[in-house]
Design a protein around this ligand. Structure first.
Ligand code: A1LUD
Ligand code: HCS
Ligand code: ZN
Length: 346
């Protein structure tokens, strides 16, 4: 499903959700799943390192998520930046080619899935639905400036006074232009840690006349504000005012904070809400390792899913340290929930 510039962005997402049966399943953690398969991401490029070293592994993980039931797969461009590639000695052209490649790999995984369906292998996905009726979108990931810093700054959102709106716009401009023309169905602005960066994205989309639909997804560590301390309502309002934004939400945030954040977002926008929390573990940015959190438990991730849907989220998946099994469980939980509510109507 390639985007059509004549289709209103809001209609694009409404149509897609209808095709999916009312809600869509987003994939799970990409970088952390690449690590599960042996990739060493201790590198300034983090998961984008695999675009150079192991594209086949990226394709395999995308396919695993599709088979687990994902309707939206997110490309490996989260930490793929032209500045990051240049620091590795790559030319501007090579960097741009790698950005496009991240989307091509995801599209290849979707093609493999559809080929299997066309050959009538009778495969089932996630919740048991036959492959043929499984709409899939490819989202091009854009991680924050903090992700590029590769020090976990997307979990603080504190960039210092020297980083202005213009700095952020200049940083992201070319990458967004390239990804908008890459063949992706939408751009996923992910793990947005502060309001300034959301404003930079919104202004860039307008200035550059970007037509492709996008979503804005913020991260939080307290359930009230985004990680920088900016209020989620103010951040969601920035997204609400931007025509190209087809969903607003939260990712890479512990599951225990999600319910309240969905409610806060819905107070300020009627756009669809996307949520894809992490496993609830904590990231040690120095060691580039995940550690089990002390305090409130998040282990029962999937049991929250029905409540998030009831609260109004219509795109649901997982972020760091969630796996294809998480996505399969989410898919099953939501399909049995929706079957139960359909049965009640009769
Ligand atoms: C969402 S965090 C786990 C991403 C990783 C970070 N940008 C890094 O490079 O360490
Ligand atoms: N799409 C990215 C988000 C990291 S927070 C990933 O799953 O690796
Ligand atoms: Zn994450």
């Amino acid at each position: 499903m390639d985007y059509d510039e004549t289709v209103e962005p809001s209609k694009f997402m409404a149509d897609f959700l209808r095709q999916c049966g009312g809600y869509a399943i987003v994939d799970g953690g990409l970088a952390t799943e690449l690590e599960q398969h042996g990739a060493n991401l201790n590198d300034p490029l983090w998961s984008a390192k695999c675009l150079l070293s192991s594209p086949h592994l990226i394709r395999r993980v995308h396919l695993d998520y599709l088979e687990a039931g994902a309707n939206i797969i997110i490309s490996a461009s989260y930490q793929a930046t032209l500045q990051g590639f240049e620091a590795k000695g790559l030319s501007r052209e090579e960097g741009e080619a790698l950005l496009r490649k991240s989307v091509e790999i995801a599209c290849e995984a979707r093609d493999i899935l559809y080929d299997r369906a066309a050959k009538g292998s009778g495969d089932v996905i996630g919740d048991g639905t036959i492959l043929k009726h499984h709409p899939v979108l490819v989202a091009a990931s854009v991680g924050s400036y903090g992700a590029y810093l590769a020090d976990g700054s997307e979990y603080s959102g504190i960039y210092g006074d020297a980083v202005t709106l213009e700095t952020l716009k200049d940083f992201h401009r070319r990458r967004i232009q390239v990804l908008a023309e890459s063949g992706a169905d939408l751009i996923a602005f992910e793990t947005i840690p502060n309001k300034l960066e959301a404003q930079a994205y919104a202004e860039l989309l307008k200035e550059e006349g970007i037509k492709i639909p996008v979503w804005f997804s913020f991260d939080s560590k307290d359930g009230t504000n985004v990680v920088s301390g900016d209020s989620i309502s103010e951040c969601a309002l920035v997204a609400d005012s931007c025509k190209q934004v087809v969903a607003v939400g939260i990712n890479c945030t512990p599951p225990r904070f999600i319910h309240g954040l969905i409610q806060s977002i819905q107070k300020v926008t009627t756009k669809p809400v996307v949520i894809y929390p992490n496993s609830g573990e904590t990231y040690d940015a120095d060691k580039k390792e995940w550690v089990v959190s002390t305090g409130v438990a998040d282990e029962d991730f999937v049991s929250y899913v029905g409540k998030w849907r009831e609260a109004g989220a219509s795109l649901i998946g997982g972020c760091c340290r969630t796996t294809p099994n998480t996505i399969r469980d989410i898919s099953k939980a939501l399909s049995s929930k929706s079957a139960a509510s359909t049965a009640l109507q009769f």
